[in-house]
Design a protein around this ligand. Structure first.
Ligand code: HEC
Length: 129
């Protein structure tokens, strides 16, 4: 085994030892109802009501929040789970300078799944996938 490999193995073992108990403690990922068919049309109305004030009615952002039509939010970088977590727990600012996103009240995992379907649709139309 090369030294470099040994180091990466060690780092991997250490970080998984630390992160596993944290994952087990909290951060339950809200799950939509089994069999739910996420509906972008419903998602559009919910997005307008709950998200557009910051992320923009056209998903291009505002002075309060970042655009959803952005490479950063493509599915491989922010999976659907990130939407569930963002709405339920809020987001600590880490990509932008808008400040933190607070949890959004009045939604549940199903309504968030509809919103996510709408955002994914719009992202695909904009070539972000
Ligand atoms: C009050 C303003 C505000 C509202 C309302 C809001 N957001 Fe956000 N959101 C933000 C900001 C600011 C960030 C960026 C944080 C950062 O710097 O990474 C963000 C980030 C996100 C992220 C990225 C999470 C991550 O893991 O990086 C998702 C997904 C998201 N918002 C979804 C939503 C959805 C869905 C709604 C509506 C239900 C919503 N937001 C409503 C301000 C808002």
């Amino acid at each position: 085994m090369t030294n470099k490999l040994r180091w990466s193995l060690l780092i991997w073992v250490l970080t998984s030892a630390v992160s596993l108990p944290v994952a087990a403690q909290g951060w339950k990922i809200p799950q939509p109802s089994p069999g739910l068919m996420p509906n972008p049309v419903q998602g559009k109305a919910l997005y307008a009501q709950h998200c557009a004030s910051c992320h923009g009615a056209d998903l291009k952002g505002s002075n309060q929040g970042p655009p959803m039509l952005h490479r950063i939010y493509e599915p491989s970088h922010h999976a659907d789970m990130a939407f569930q977590l963002a709405v339920a727990n809020g987001v600590r600012a880490h990509h932008w300078q808008f400040g933190d996103m607070k949890p959004v009240p009045g939604l549940n995992p199903d309504t968030v799944a509809h919103i996510t379907a709408f955002v994914r649709n719009e992202q695909r139309k904009a070539g972000i996938q």
